[in-house]
Design a protein. Structure first.
Lengths: 193, 271
């Protein structure tokens, strides 16, 4: 198998990773990536359960990794799944720490029915809060697939690559995540449906 | 898998609301940029300019280019962040450096890969030495400041104050030099690995290996040593030295068991 074949037909499996070869490197500039994608990284970390007060620090951690690995990033591939993979690893480490695990467990498993909104803006905010609270009930592996697919709109092959899992596993996680998410929303709304 | 059938319209409405959730506050870009400057030694855009660049990029890029190549995104980002903000203020110092380093090989904003034949590669020695001669445009150390004129010792006689200021300046300069060197080294490392990858793209394994050897000589314990070792496996395989590639792959797995590149390294030596 030639390297060229390997590059063209690689089936990524294990972890979020930059492809090792081929990229028109001069176009990949860290400042531009930072300027364009900080918002995406920030939102992704938030959806993966990072506390608001820690978002700056974890965004920093993600972009440090991006900076160090940008030289080997394959610029022909969409960057956001790659960024998500890095953010996922950073968020996983964050949640594994005892300090944050207690906080996450203590604050996110409880799903509360939101009060009736006063207007459309309030309704929108309540919906967003409900989504985050429901997401918190999902296992992180499932949540990542769910966020990437159903919120970000990435295609499953890219998701599998970014998260380093087989495609079937990604589909399975999506199916389970949807069931978990629907159940969490139902509970939040009082189990009326 | 028909994915959408599992999401009710109400759930989809919830997710739509989340997609429209506000991003980071206006100061987040600069706060994180300052942290990155401290960690990496990169000089990102100033507050006002960066805000303009960020907001522009975030409102234009995702809608226009989600799912497209990064090269395409960066073309827009460069326009939004650099030209759109006045051509100077929002332009990042690091981008100047990259542009200068990349100039002999490719335009600062390259067209999409498939439509552009690879540019002729310069000889290895030129690649190895060129980045070191680049003027240090972004070599301002993070956190470095001008000598303080408000210090209490400023009221001492002029020559003493001058001496103290000079000492402070020397210390600051040393800090700058250290941080700038680390940053410059990283830039050179990145340039070398980019050249190695370009050589591989052109199926020029000997040249790629020569560049990787050069990197190993100059940056044995470099910040991108892991990436270099991963590239070497692929370059060896490309050269036909499959046994050597496997040997280096095994060594890579032993030295970097948690590497992001390990799966790619394994695949590189898979028959």
């Amino acid at each position: 198998m030639s390297v060229t074949d390997w590059m063209g037909s690689a089936q990524y499996r294990d972890v979020p990773q930059p492809a090792i070869v081929i990229t028109p490197l001069p176009t990949v500039e860290f400042p531009a990536v930072y300027a364009a994608e900080l918002g995406y990284v920030w939102s992704t970390l938030r959806r993966l359960g990072v506390q608001e007060r820690d978002l700056d620090d974890l965004c920093h951690d993600v972009f440090v990794i991006v900076f160090r690995n940008l030289a080997v990033y394959d610029a022909r591939r969409p960057i956001r799944p790659w960024l998500f993979g890095i953010a996922f690893r950073v968020a996983s480490d964050y949640r594994r720490s005892a300090r944050h695990r207690r906080e996450v467990a203590g604050t996110t498993r409880e799903v509360v029915c939101p009060a009736p909104p006063a207007d459309e803006v309030m309704l929108q905010r309540e919906r967003q809060r409900l989504v985050l609270r429901a997401l918190e009930t999902l296992e992180l592996d499932r949540r990542a697939v769910f966020v990437m697919h159903d919120i970000d709109g990435h295609v499953m092959p890219d998701i599998a690559v970014a998260l380093g899992v087989p495609l079937n596993t990604a589909y399975s996680r999506l199916r389970l995540a949807r069931a978990d998410f629907a159940e969490a929303v139902r509970r939040a709304q009082g189990g009326q449906r | 898998m028909s994915d959408e059938e599992h999401l009710t319209p109400e759930l989809q409405a919830l997710l739509t609301a989340e997609r429209e959730a506000p991003g980071p506050d206006a100061g987040a870009h600069d706060r994180v940029a300052r942290k990155l400057a401290s960690t990496l030694g990169v000089t990102l855009a100033a507050a006002g300019a960066s805000t303009a660049a960020t907001s522009g990029a975030q409102t234009v890029l995702p809608k226009a280019l989600v799912g497209k190549s990064l090269a395409a995104k960066l073309m827009v980002a460069a326009i939004v962040g650099g030209v759109g903000a006045g051509g100077v203020a929002a332009t990042v110092a690091l981008m100047h450096r990259h542009a200068r380093q990349a100039a002999p090989q490719a335009p600062a904003v390259a067209p999409p890969m498939p439509s552009v034949p690879p540019a002729p590669m310069p000889p290895v020695p030129a690649v190895a030495t060129a980045p070191a001669n680049v003027p240090s445009l972004a070599a301002v150390a993070p956190g470095s400041t001008a000598p303080s004129s408000g210090d209490a010792r400023a009221s001492t006689p002029h020559h003493a104050a001058h001496h103290a200021a000079a000492a402070t300046a020397a210390k600051t300069a040393a800090t700058k030099t250290s941080a700038a060197k680390a940053h410059d080294d990283l830039e050179v490392e990145r340039a070398l690995l980019a050249d190695a990858r370009n050589a591989m793209q052109m199926s020029d394994a000997p040249r790629a290996l020569a560049i990787l050897d050069d990197h190993a000589r100059r940056f044995a314990g470099g910040q991108l040593a892991e990436e270099r070792d991963a590239l070497r496996v692929a370059a060896l395989w490309l050269s036909g030295d499959h046994e050597g590639a496997r040997r280096h792959a095994d060594e890579f797995a032993r030295r970097h068991p948690d590497s992001l590149f390990l799966p790619s390294v394994k695949r590189a030596v898979a028959e």
